[in-house]
Write a protein that binds this ligand. Structure first.
Ligand SMILES: NC(=O)C1=CN([C@@H]2O[C@H](COP(=O)(O)OP(=O)(O)OC[C@H]3O[C@@H](n4cnc5c(N)ncnc54)[C@H](OP(=O)(O)O)[C@@H]3O)[C@@H](O)[C@H]2O)C=CC1
Ligand SMILES: CC(=O)N[C@@H](CCC(=O)OP(=O)(O)O)C(=O)O
Length: 340
């Protein structure tokens, strides 16, 4: 099997570090290029945890250097910055997995919830990188938009039940995330003193991930009631989801059948937790239906858990890269949780 040379731009960030850790152990990807905004620094100066593990240098990003060093590149960059690099990298024939939100939405929704799009051309052929939805398209994609962490967690919980949903009833997603979801930049909201011993909702019903969830479910933004909460832990995400479904369905059987061939979705008979997926690409899902029939149908409670930095970002990105390079999607992907 040929080895593919890969690069990470955004190597100093949280998802960049997770990418590096996975790629260093990957049997068919060779980490060949690392960059951040300033460069000229060794990887172990940026990430002391990698001392005596990897002695690579981190460069200031240069598109020609990326093109001569890699066949595939991961962009672990902030929104807006990512699309500035996608354009020239795709033009040079590289395959790109973009972890930012720049290519996840339609042009109209992106410009409403983010900013002006500067690379409309590549929006036309991008593939949304949720393998359970778009596996075949990902295999032939040159540009993959890696999903957001909340959308990954919510979509995997909701997808099995959308065909049974009572039309025009609300979809309610109450989600909790660890603080690493905000990236390494400092802010008052994510300051230790604000987060420690605390729990609060933010951007209720207006968060930028609601349109991403709605578009992939094929429903309107108004039907998705999404409220994220910040919780005082480093990594992990859990979504408590409520939807109304047709009467007389067997929710557990539907969930099991829907994911029976999926390597990275585990169905649980008990409510799921964050710890059992931390450090892995798994999404664990539990479902419970309310037996009391409403006039139109029953409420179903779905609980889904992921590691926001891995299934919500970096390990899902490497699964997508595996598919793009014709590899088994499980190749090099972490599957043993940080327990205890
Ligand atoms: N954290 C998470 O759980 C998730 C994050 N994402 C998305 O992934 C992307 C990365 O997130 P995250 O790792 O958390 O972010 P961080 O803030 O931790 O890291 C951002 C990285 O981007 C680099 N960077 C910023 N501007 C430039 C530039 N102009 N040129 C080169 N490098 C630059 C930074 O380098 P420097 O150190 O030099 O500033 C840093 O390496 C974002 O789009 C985020 O929304 C997606 C899903 C989950
Ligand atoms: C705690 C926290 O701030 N989390 C981020 C989600 C991070 C993520 O996955 O989203 P993107 O890839 O779309 O940036 C947020 O709520 O915006």
């Amino acid at each position: 099997m040929n080895v593919t040379r890969v690069g990470v731009i955004g190597a100093s960030g949280y998802t960049g570090l997770e990418l590096i850790k996975i790629l260093l152990n990957h049997p068919y990807f060779k980490l060949s290029y690392l960059a951040n905004s300033e460069g000229n620094i060794s990887l172990d100066e940026l990430h002391p945890s990698l001392k005596n593990v990897c002695d690579m240098q981190v460069q200031k990003v240069d598109v020609d250097d990326v093109a001569s060093s890699c066949e595939l590149v991961f962009l672990a960059l902030p929104h807006k910055t990512a699309m500035e690099f996608v354009k020239p990298l795709i033009a040079k024939g590289l395959k790109v997995v973009d972890l930012s939100a720049d290519y996840r939405l339609s042009l109209e929704a992106y410009e409403e919830f983010y900013t002006t799009h500067t690379d409309k051309k590549n929006l036309e052929h991008v593939v949304y990188g949720l393998p359970e939805m778009f596996r075949d398209k990902i295999k032939s994609a040159s540009l993959v938009a890696n999903p957001g962490c909340f959308p990954t967690c919510a979509l995997l919980g909701l997808l099995p039940f959308m065909s049974k949903r009572v039309p025009n009833t609300p979809i309610i997603i109450d989600a909790k995330t660890g603080v690493s979801g905000a990236g390494k930049k400092l802010s008052d909201v994510t300051h230790f003193v604000n987060v420690n011993d605390n729990l609060f909702a933010y951007n209720p019903l207006t968060h930028r991930h609601a349109p991403e969830i709605a578009q992939k479910l094929g429903v309107s933004f108004d039907e998705v009631n999404f409220v994220p909460h910040l919780i005082p832990l480093t990594r992990g995400m859990i979504s408590s989801i409520y939807i109304q479904v047709q009467k007389d369905i067997d929710a557990f059987s539907i969930l099991k059948e829907f994911y029976k061939d999926e390597p990275f979705v585990r169905i649980s008979k008990n409510p799921v937790d964050m710890k059992n997926v931390a450090g892995t690409n798994f999404c664990d899902i539990y479902v419970k239906q309310n037996r009391t029939s409403l006039e139109k149908g029953n409420i179903v409670f779905i609980s889904s858990a992921i590691d926001n930095l891995l299934r919500g970002a970096s390990s899902q990105a490497v699964v997508n890269a595996n598919l793009m390079m014709g590899l088994d999607e499980s190749c090099g992907i972490p599957n043993i949780a940080y327990v205890p």
